[in-house]
Design a protein around this ligand. Structure first.
Ligand code: ZN
Length: 435
């Protein structure tokens, strides 16, 4: 077999994946991930691997393959990336989101940031290593999943429930969202590695009252009851709760920026983080945002019920407090039920795998400082964690200082610099040598 060069291939792989429409509207109606999965499987089969395409439903396809390591008696490492992307409105974009065009030294399109970039980096580095006959020190399981953007029912959740055997021995995992750089100055960059995720509680609220004529007295109006409860939840100032990961992040970041971290005023540090403050600020506390309201059908009819939806996110270790507070805010006349409920995660930023990530970054960027952070959203890691896997978000990218990377997740004009992808391939290669 001729040897392949991951740095040469990675932008093309990313472009090809972006050109395959795998948008996921969340209702199982779109094109599915089948075509993307076939592409990925073909690229893996080309170097002699034997990937499996696993469909959870028509065209909802996942790809899993095990790369044998030098010491198969060691626990395995899971490398995972999702193949689906969120929908887009092409009119808002400079270049068509499915064009995968390479312009201004960037690959453009939906998924360039979330997360066909990492899928391409994984493919590129694995293809190169296999073509050179270089095995990782232990088994590495690659999983390319469907449906992450809608909670993973047809992807990671389904794999963890129906194909657990394929992940035999996996105790650690690497996936999104993390490993990207945030510049401190010309010489130094923070690399944010996800070590924790907030939990998710999407809820439907219902107030039930007494239906009746809009012209008469009614002290049991469901609309009034619900509106007040929603107002209390929406305006509530959730107290700051410093989790281990957030405290480490703020301490390290403050030191790098040249001032002392004051645990009594964490928001002072967050305020200095620029565009990153939106994401990091949400990890200082639980949150609950009202997102939908429904009630009534005619101006002179008081309906019997009124409903609302709340997007709740709780910190690791603070789920109980979250629901206790929420129930106090809702009061006795509003009930809640889950539309979606998933765990919060947190793992220590220590051990050989963390060292392998930090060392690989420093080897390629001497100004790199790896710091753990908490993701305000969720990833496939939640589903894989059920199998006892400890995971990190590590899709390494050295980015230009002026690129608002975190703002491009699900945003318009998603793009990733070609040089950043090449950097990612080199870092992942070193990481896999040491994993
Ligand atoms: Zn993603």
């Amino acid at each position: 077999m001729t040897t392949l060069n991951g740095e040469d291939e990675v932008a093309g792989l990313c472009r090809d994946l972006i050109r395959i429409d795998s948008t996921n509207a969340g209702d199982n109606s779109g094109p599915g991930e089948r075509a993307a999965a076939e592409y990925v499987a073909e690229k893996l089969a080309e170097v002699g691997l034997e990937p499996r395409i696993l469909e959870s439903d028509s065209r909802r396809a996942n790809v899993v393959v095990r790369v044998e390591g030098e010491d198969p008696s060691r626990d395995a490492l899971l490398l995972h990336g999702h193949l689906d992307v969120v929908p887009f409105d092409a009119a808002d974009w400079t270049l068509h989101p499915l064009s995968g065009e390479i312009a201004d030294d960037c690959v453009w399109g939906r998924g360039a940031v979330d997360m066909k970039n990492m899928d391409a980096m994984i493919l590129a580095v694995v293809r190169q290593r296999i073509s050179e006959g270089r095995r990782p020190p232990r088994d590495v399981v690659l999983a390319f999943t469907a449906d992450e953007e809608a909670g993973g029912e047809y992807g990671a959740q389904w794999l963890a429930a129906e194909h657990k055997d394929l992940f035999e021995g996996c105790t650690e995992a690497i996936g999104e969202v993390g490993g990207f750089s945030v510049s401190i100055d010309d010489a130094r960059r923070l690399y944010l590695i996800e070590a924790a995720e907030k939990g998710i509680a999407w809820m439907r609220l219902t107030a039930t009252g007494r239906a009746g004529h809009g012209s008469m007295l009614n002290a049991e109006n469901a609309v009034t009851e619900l509106a007040e409860a929603v107002g209390r939840v929406g305006r509530y100032q959730w107290p700051v709760r410093l989790t281990r990961t957030v405290e480490t992040f703020l301490t390290e970041t403050s030191r790098a920026l040249g001032f002392d971290f004051d645990p009594d005023d964490p928001e002072a540090t967050v305020a200095k983080l620029g565009p990153l403050a939106r994401m990091i600020g949400a990890t200082l506390r639980n949150t609950a945002n009202p997102t939908m309201l429904q009630a009534g059908y005619k101006a002179n009819v008081i309906p019997q019920t009124a409903t609302a939806h709340i997007d709740g996110r709780f910190l690791p270790g603070y789920e109980e407090e979250f629901f206790q507070t929420l129930d106090e805010l809702l009061g006795p006349n509003v009930t809640r039920e889950f539309v979606y409920h998933d765990v919060a995660l947190e793992t220590g930023f220590d051990g050989p795998l963390v060292r392998a990530m930090a060392d690989a970054l420093v080897a390629e960027d001497p100004g790199a400082l790896a710091v753990p952070y908490t993701l305000s959203g969720g990833t496939d890691l939640k589903a894989f964690s059920v199998m006892g896997v400890r995971g990190f978000g590590f899709a390494p990218l050295k980015l230009p200082a002026d690129l608002d990377f975190s703002g491009m997740f699900h945003g318009v004009d998603e793009r990733v610099p070609v040089d950043s992808l090449k950097f990612g391939v080199r870092v992942l290669d070193r990481f896999l040598d040491a994993c």
